[in-house]
Design a protein around this ligand. Structure first.
Ligand code: ASP
Length: 439
């Protein structure tokens, strides 16, 4: 068995946390490929090293003095090195970083140093080999991740290695220019490494024991999710469930490698398994609930629009021309509604309205703001009678007015549109009916 283990920033924020990580890795000799994040927050008021680096580099780019900020970053690493009693000096590394900052090497390079330096410390601490991600993770000239070249490079490099540390979050273009993924991107690196070494499991260690059925800021102590499929996770992650970077499933999905979300501070917890498919019955009909506020509905009316060929295309063309992506398009005989992100749409609304009039000639257009979308997700809903009925009667009992309903043909999720003000009440009502009363 081969396991790739990724540790998030809070798991590596201090020497104390590093020691926990060391125990976890040594407790299982299959944990051979380690992907660290940069040191995160040690407590709620602390600053992540990645943010310190961005800030420091902003000064450098503005031609201002950044010595003090760089010293503070160095102190974060020194505290870890001292706490682990390592004979390691980052003196030369910091000299290079200072020089490169002065030469304006870019904010991606700056941010990537967080993971790079933590990787060096981690490799020294574990006695594993260090592999610079810039050499094995490739971005193309346009800055897009090149999955196939990366897989080849990474596989060639790691296949015959016993054990290695590969820092998360960044890679490089062919000319060596460092490029990062979006924030939280070390999750993606872990997945890339797992694919490359054909791991049996990708363990993603963080500070929570996996996914919860609902957001704990809305539901008091929600139930954990023990197994979730990639598809279910995509739906929930898209709607805001944020334990794992939403792109992290793509590399492992190609190889059918399961991801296990684990808690560094509670390693005995089983965590959540993310799998391609499973015959394990979910504990509840629904696997999870997630949602987002801040949507707008554009209601378009035109008599008999459903029999007018090309009407929908013309309407969507206007959104495309304005560079606005749409979320959902429920439609009726004489109506069609487009759900869009309010902040994206707001500045362009009048242009869109006149554009639709010009192109599609509708009778009326009405805009409704401040809406929320809630996704009720679960493989257990498939072919299960009464799920939608239960959702809507629970919402009615809680006095929530449903503005929109959308069930994909996969029967994997039901999307419900409600007013922003009803968002929390609606999630609570759905959680209670499917989880609380089933316990
Ligand atoms: N350190 C980076 C961030 O703070 C990447 C990561 O932690 O995954 O976003």
């Amino acid at each position: 068995m081969r396991k790739v283990v990724k540790f998030g920033g809070s798991s590596l924020a201090s020497a104390e946390q590093f020691k926990k990580v060391g125990h976890i890795i040594h407790a299982d000799e299959e944990r051979k490929f380690v992907v660290p994040s940069a040191p995160g927050k040690r407590d709620a008021d602390d600053t992540k090293v990645t943010d310190m680096l961005y800030e420091c580099y902003d000064l450098a780019e503005a031609g201002k003095d950044f010595k003090e900020q760089l010293r503070a970053i160095r102190a974060r690493y020194q505290e870890i090195i001292d706490g682990l009693a390592l004979q390691l000096s980052l003196e030369n590394e910091f000299k290079t970083i200072e020089k490169n900052f002065k030469e304006k090497s870019g904010s991606d390079y700056a941010a990537s140093r967080g993971e790079y330096l933590n990787g060096i410390i981690m490799a020294a601490y574990l006695g594993f080999e260090f592999v610079d991600a810039a050499e094995v993770i490739r971005f193309n000239e346009n800055g897009e991740f090149d999955a196939e070249t990366t897989n080849k490079l990474m596989r060639e490099r790691l296949t015959h290695m016993e054990a290695a540390v590969i820092p998360g979050f960044y890679g490089a273009k062919e000319d060596g220019t460092v490029k990062t993924f979006s924030r939280g991107g070390s999750d993606i690196t872990g997945s890339i490494v797992a694919r490359a070494v054909k791991a049996d499991v990708y363990e993603n260690w963080t500070d929570v024991s996996g996914f919860l059925v609902a957001d704990p800021r809305i539901i008091y102590k929600p139930e954990p999710i023990s197994t979730i499929t990639y598809k279910e996770l995509r739906e929930l992650a898209y709607m805001g469930a944020s334990v794992l970077h939403e792109d992290a499933i793509f590399p492992v999905r190609r190889e059918g490698i399961p991801i296990n979300i684990r808690n560094t501070n509670a390693p005995e917890d089983e965590g959540t398994w993310i799998v391609e498919s499973t015959c394990q019955k979910p504990k509840y009909v629904i696997t999870g609930i997630a949602g987002k506020k801040g949507f707008c509905a554009v209601n378009i009316e035109k008599d008999s629009m459903n029999s007018e060929v090309g009407f929908g295309r013309k309407v969507l063309q206007v959104f495309e021309d304005s560079g606005i992506s749409f979320e959902h398009v429920p439609s009726g005989i004489d109506t069609m509604t487009i759900f869009v992100h309010q902040d994206e749409f707001m500045h362009k609304e009048q242009k869109v309205v006149s554009g639709i009039h010009r192109l599609a000639d509708p009778d009326t257009i009405e805009i409704e703001a401040d809406l929320a979308l809630i996704a009720v997700v679960g493989r257990g809903m498939k072919s299960m009678r009464g799920t939608a009925g239960r959702i809507f009667s629970a919402l009615a009992h809680s006095n929530v007015n449903v503005k929109m309903i959308d069930q994909g043909s996969s029967e994997l999720n039901i999307i419900i549109g409600v007013a922003n003000a009803d968002f929390e009440t609606a999630i609570k009502a759905i959680y209670d009916i499917f989880v609380l009363y089933q316990l």
